[in-house]
Design a protein around this ligand. Structure first.
Ligand code: ASP
Length: 352
């Protein structure tokens, strides 16, 4: 009988890593992805260690700016993820976990330093989000340089995509057929058969990555931020989850923080980082909090690619992913190198 109930409990439990990664101590920095993104972890952590005057907010800006300069994986900063017109635009957000004030830019054109412009929005306005050309104008007023964000590589990628008849792309319910044509497109009437056709014929280009980071100062003050050049071959004007508070990242210094990466068009509908931090507040561990946030998306979108990394205010951390094997990087306390954790994907099957 006892054995039976144990067995039932095991069957009822969805697959879960549920691993607890205890804090290495403060200060602490954690961010989405390993590989080239670990340079950002190191830069933020070393800034906190080496200077008494560097705040958690400074560390997040320094870390994300490192990835912008290094063009991490081609998915952060200039010269990556060209849109349909071959232009690179940037999304970024930064948030102070003490005041809950945030600053963000979306669709930022011709300015390389998106996280720094987001920070200028936080410090020099009462707003939370500036967009497009008018965000550029604000950046220039604040001393940032206007320059072309395209590179030979990003122009070449875009030309290759056009040579493949713009496949795959994000258009649907339009004519001419977006699975064979570059447009220009006109909308089709929105009936169910058109929608079914679009879903079947027009897969989304797989192109997602982002840096989202949370930093904890040795005083306990927390900050979070995100920087990305969004999705490759997006419709010009598309904004992803990166600059949306609670989606790309979120922090409440009384509780913890979260950073996310993945299919921003879907993720921003669920505010996974807000959800994860609220989960922490209700007593979940960081891994449980991340898994719950990912499962909420998986239930409706079984194919979604996502990665969510969560840290409580002590620096205990965990993560969850779907659609791909996700990695995250962290460094804290007296660690002499950044560590990378591999997170296998949950699957929609886990929801049954
Ligand atoms: N979430 C970003 C976006 O969709 C990109 C990514 O993280 O993959 O804009």
């Amino acid at each position: 009988m006892v054995r039976e109930s144990i067995l039932l409990a095991l069957v009822a439990l969805p697959t879960s890593t549920l691993s607890l990664h205890t804090s290495p101590g403060l200060p602490f920095v954690i961010n989405t992805w390993g590989g080239p993104f670990t340079a950002a972890t190191d830069a933020a952590y070393l800034a906190l260690i080496n200077s008494a005057t560097v705040s958690a907010l400074d560390a997040v800006e320094i870390g994300c700016a490192t990835c912008e300069r290094n063009q991490c994986d081609g998915t952060v900063g200039f010269g990556g993820s060209p849109d349909e017109s071959c232009e690179t635009t940037l999304d970024a957000m930064i948030m102070d976990g003490t005041t809950m004030k945030s600053g963000a830019v979306a669709g930022l054109r011709r300015v390389k330093h998106a996280i720094a412009v987001a920070r200028a929005v936080l410090h020099h306005t009462r707003h939370s989000l500036l967009v497009g050309d008018l965000a550029t104008q604000f950046a220039v007023e604040n001393g940032f340089v206007e320059e072309n964000l395209s590179t030979e590589e990003s122009k070449g990628r875009c030309e290759e995509w056009r040579a493949r008849n713009c496949q795959a792309n994000y258009r649907m319910n339009v004519e001419p057929d977006p699975s064979t044509s570059c447009g220009p497109y006109k909308p089709l009437p929105l009936d169910q058969s058109a929608l079914a056709w679009a879903v079947a014929q027009n897969p989304e280009p797989p192109s997602h990555d982002t840096i989202s980071m949370v930093a904890i100062h040795s005083s306990g003050a927390m900050a979070a931020g995100t920087s990305t050049n969004g999705a490759s071959f997006k419709v010009p004007g598309r904004v992803g989850d990166g600059p949306i508070v609670g989606s790309g990242s979120y922090v409440d210094g009384d509780v913890g923080g979260c950073g996310a990466t993945g299919d921003g068009d879907i993720m921003m509908r669920f505010l996974p980082c807000y959800q994860a931090v609220e989960n922490l507040r209700r007593g979940m561990s960081p891994t449980e909090a991340a898994e719950d946030a990912v499962r909420r998306m998986l239930r409706k979108y079984p194919d979604i690619s996502s990665g969510v990394v969560v840290v409580n205010k002590k620096g205990d951390h965990g993560a969850a992913a779907s659609g791909w094997t996700f990695t995250y990087a962290y460094r804290g306390g007296e660690m002499n190198a950044t560590a990378v954790v591999t997170v296998p994907p949950l699957t929609a099957k886990d929801e049954l």
